[in-house]
Ligand binder design. Structure first.
Ligand SMILES: NC(=O)c1ccc[n+]([C@@H]2O[C@H](COP(=O)([O-])OP(=O)(O)OC[C@H]3O[C@@H](n4cnc5c(N)ncnc54)[C@H](O)[C@@H]3O)[C@@H](O)[C@H]2O)c1
Length: 283
């Protein structure tokens, strides 16, 4: 089944990025959030990003206009009933995601796949809130969604092969390279492997070994990373990183995944990273 009308819930970093990606690939997309204010903020960021690309000579004004004309914004979830694929990208909170999936299950046609962009929550637990666990799947984009090539496809215990195949083909139609996990797996591949590196960088900072700038520069020059680990945590969002660590620690019962105190402290102080104006760096 070709996906023609996707619906994205959550106009934050990931949802608005995936919405923009869909529109850039020629699809009519709707991105939903809970308030007009949040929607205007997300739309403003996308417009500003596209305007910068015009200034750099990468796209034309017509390109920008045509992308924006395919992006619809809404606070009304009922529109999901007219769409053929839903991607959820709201807060990393199981209760909130289950409540949303319950609503989507009652709004969407029985054929509609309900995908979650969760970083680490259980796809099966999210699916349990619906009457269609075979059509619930993890579709994990990376930040920035427009640029990053990988989409991890994470199965729940009851996800059907047909759902996996449709989601894989949808990812490819968006110009991405999908990699599918062999089983339900908290945090999939990349986020789990990265967790240790990011925590260790935070621990090196908390121990006073070096400044964020020096830690990041050292990791770029010495480990060949494209960006420093602390700048990456800021870009991901410290709240998202913390939620991921809490899930990994709970599910895998391994001390390696214990959420670092420094991250908990910074989240409590509202230092959530780039989106909040301050994390390890000020923006
Ligand atoms: N930030 C990353 O780098 C990254 C990468 C991959 C996956 N993820 C995952 O993607 C999801 C979203 O992360 P994010 O960084 O975009 O978060 P974010 O905080 O930037 O955005 C979340 C958005 O969801 C909206 N929202 C919350 N409840 C809603 C509801 N019931 N209906 C509609 N909108 C609702 C919020 O208002 C907010 O605008 C999370 O599950 C996260 O773990 C994040």
């Amino acid at each position: 089944m070709d996906i023609k009308k996707p619906f994205v819930v959550g106009a934050g970093i990931m949802g608005s990025g995936v919405g923009q990606l869909c529109a850039q690939q020629g699809l009519e997309v709707t991105v939903a959030d809970i308030s007009d204010e949040l929607i205007q903020k997300a739309e403003g960021k996308i417009k500003a990003g596209l305007a910068r690309r015009i200034e750099k000579g990468k796209i034309s004004q017509e390109d920008m206009d045509s992308v924006l004309s395919r992006m619809n914004w809404s606070t009304n979830l009922d529109i999901a009933g007219e769409c053929d694929f839903v991607l959820e990208a709201i807060y990393e909170d199981l209760g909130a995601k289950q409540e949303l999936f319950r609503k989507l299950d009652s709004i969407c046609t029985p054929e509609t796949i309900l995908a979650t962009n969760t970083t680490a929550l259980s796809v099966s637990e999210i699916a349990s809130a619906t009457s269609r666990p075979d059509k619930v799947i993890g579709m994990h984009f990376f930040n920035p969604a427009v640029i990053m090539k990988l989409v991890e496809i994470i199965r729940g215990d009851n996800t059907s092969e047909e759902t996996i195949e449709t989601t894989r083909m949808f990812a490819e139609s968006l110009g991405k390279i999908p990699i599918t996990t062999a089983k339900e797996a908290p945090a999939g591949i990349v986020s789990r492997v990265l967790a240790g590196l990011l925590n260790e960088a935070a621990a090196v900072y908390a121990d006073g070994v070096a400044s964020p700038e020096d830690i990041d520069e050292a990791m770029k020059l010495g480990a060949g990373l494209p960006m420093g680990p602390l700048a990456l945590i800021d870009m991901i969002g410290l709240d998202i990183h913390l939620a991921k660590m809490e899930t990994l620690y709970e599910k895998l019962e391994d001390e390696r995944y214990k959420p670092p105190e420094i991250i908990k402290k910074m989240v409590a102080e509202g230092k959530l990273g780039k989106k909040a104006g301050e994390g390890f760096y000020k923006y």
